[in-house]
Design a protein around this ligand. Structure first.
Ligand code: NAD
Length: 423
């Protein structure tokens, strides 16, 4: 009963979840209280409250945050979220998850996250630009290409990154391309960034197939969410010969046991372009999609989609988390009990942060790569991370999620120990 209540509360506060996940890894790694204390706390938390001039001449106050969880392995890295429900605790949790995500794929970054409490759809373009430039100015005391490098997250995009990059560049008196990633290619963005997370999922599925001696060609796949992550993953998997039998968006989905035609679906040429009216298959609800008997289920929509209520119905062989947190801790236990392997989000969807790292490296060197080189390096980095996690899972006899955390926390602990406590 107490456990049930604790997990229900954790679902309400992402920081509780993040800390519980860390505590479990810390226990297994037998970390002492001093090290636990260091890694449980965010290193820096900046709260800002700032005015924005609205189109009607009025002034409105907004609140925002930038949290740097840990800098032991390199500059802080993490997105900026514009959402009306952003809270400091949520940003703290997301910053901590970024520390682990960077560490598990072994790129030299710490973790950070930012947010502004705003519904960006309620603002005009001018208001959005004013808000972004003022927020960038407020957090300019902690961000920079050597310090902390933001990127897009929910509610922000390449255009917002361009405004932040320009604002910081104006303040410093020269172009600082490396202060944000996810920028348009014309101002120092990288080729391959838009597809990076979906492409990373393709490479991860390739690794799963190799490890379990199955073929991607002919494997059946269902993808929930047909946005930046899900659509790219589905299209690339189909190109590799996988049979993508169902895809969905927030309106519902389309299903065809023979495999859907990704060429047609990706163009969204039919009236409305919604997947619940897509051609080439039968209607399917999101709930039904999640319980299809497939080799690979890729939840790539949003958090909490596979929970205690529907986990027992999941009949996939592998669940590859495209979204952040699509499987709840309760569901994790049910899936494990049913012999379903979950490839955790911090590994499976790390393609975005890996290619962000490549963007930053290119910006620092003023030397830009061909797209093939970006994709090839992504394959190498995420492939190595997958094999590290799979090996740890076998050696420690734990799930891939636990293994990813052990590896990530272990790397941050090692960096902290080697650097020592100052002074
Ligand atoms: P997106 O907005 O481009 O696409 C989201 C898709 O999910 C849309 O097709 C939307 O219709 C669908 N969707 C929304 N609610 C749904 C629901 N209840 N049921 C079914 N479908 C629903 O977003 P995205 O960039 O593809 O991100 C998806 C997830 O992946 C998020 O959890 C995000 O945090 C995570 N993620 C994204 C990236 C990235 O590089 N874009 C990187 C890492 C993690």
């Amino acid at each position: 009963m107490a456990l049930k209540r604790a997990s229900a509360e954790a679902a309400l506060n992402p920081l509780e979840t993040a800390l519980a996940q860390f505590d479990a890894a810390a226990e297994r790694l037998r970390l002492d209280d001093g090290m636990r204390g260091i890694l449980r706390a965010a290193k820096r938390e900046l709260s800002v409250h700032f005015p924005v001039q609205m189109d009607d001449g009025s002034t409105r106050m907004f609140s925002g945050y930038r949290v740097q969880h840990n800098l032991a392995r390199g500059p802080a890295k993490g997105g900026i979220r514009y959402h009306p429900a952003v809270t400091l605790d949520e940003v703290r949790a997301l910053a901590m998850w970024m520390t682990w995500k960077s560490a598990v794929v072994n790129i030299p970054y710490g973790g950070a996250k930012g947010g502004v409490v705003v519904d960006p759809r309620s603002l005009s373009v001018t208001e959005l630009e004013n808000l972004t430039r003022r927020y960038a100015t407020e957090i300019s005391i902690v961000i920079g290409s050597n310090e902390d490098i933001p990127a897009p997250d929910m509610g922000t995009d390449g255009r917002v990154m361009a405004w932040i990059m320009d604002t910081i560049s104006m303040h410093r008196g020269h172009t600082v391309a490396g202060v944000v990633t996810g920028k348009p290619v014309s101002i120092g963005g990288t080729l391959g960034r838009l597809e990076a997370t979906g492409r990373g999922i393709l490479f991860v599925i390739g690794e799963v197939a190799r490890q379990h001696k199955i073929q991607v060609e002919g494997a059946t796949v269902a993808v929930q969410g047909f946005g930046n992550v899900g659509s790219v993953a589905a299209i690339l998997l189909a190109k590799e010969g996988a049979k993508v039998i169902a895809v969905s968006d927030s309106t519902g989905g389309v299903y065809n046991q023979q495999g859907l035609d990704m060429g047609t679906l990706s163009k969204r040429g039919w009236p409305g372009g919604r997947l619940d009216t897509a051609p080439g298959g039968d209607r399917i609800s999101n709930e039904e999609l999640l319980s299809l008997p497939v080799d690979f289920l890729v939840p790539a929509a949003m958090e909490g989609q596979i929970g205690a209520a529907n986990a027992a119905g999941v009949r996939a062989r592998f669940v590859v988390e495209g979204a952040n947190g699509p499987v709840t801790p309760e569901a994790d236990a049910v899936l494990a009990g049913n012999g379903i392997t979950v490839v955790p989000d911090i590994l499976a969807n790390a393609g975005g942060v890996i290619v962000s790292y490549f963007e930053w490296v290119q910006d620092l060197q003023f030397f830009f790569w061909e797209e093939d080189e970006v994709n090839e390096r992504l394959k190498r980095v995420i492939g190595r991370a997958y094999r590290d996690v799979a090996r740890t899972a076998q050696e420690e006899n734990v799930s891939m999620r636990e293994a990813a955390m052990l590896l990530a926390v272990g790397r941050v602990v090692e960096a902290t120990r080697v650097r020592g406590i100052y002074p």
